[in-house]
Design a protein. Structure first.
Length: 78
């Protein structure tokens, strides 16, 4: 199963985001935070479909990119 994580990057223009596959392959870069939340929600829908999370659990993670990242990293490294 592919897992996706987000990382922020600081530059002179401000903060941008990078979306990684399996925590090492760059899939998208130079994203706005709103794009990251859209991608997170898409991934959480998959977790619901696979029975990994309930809708309530996914809702709790949907608006907190750090909590989402910690959850996914826990899945990758356990």
């Amino acid at each position: 199963m592919e897992l996706f994580t987000a990382r922020s990057r600081y530059s002179s223009e401000g903060v941008t985001w990078t979306w990684y596959r399996n925590d090492d392959e760059v899939v998208h870069s130079e994203l706005a935070l709103s794009d990251i939340f859209r991608l997170i929600r898409k991934e959480l829908d998959k977790f619901i479909d696979y029975g990994i999370l309930t809708k309530e659990q996914a809702y709790d993670l949907a608006n907190d990119w750090l909590a989402y990242d910690e959850f996914v990293e826990g899945m990758m490294y356990t």
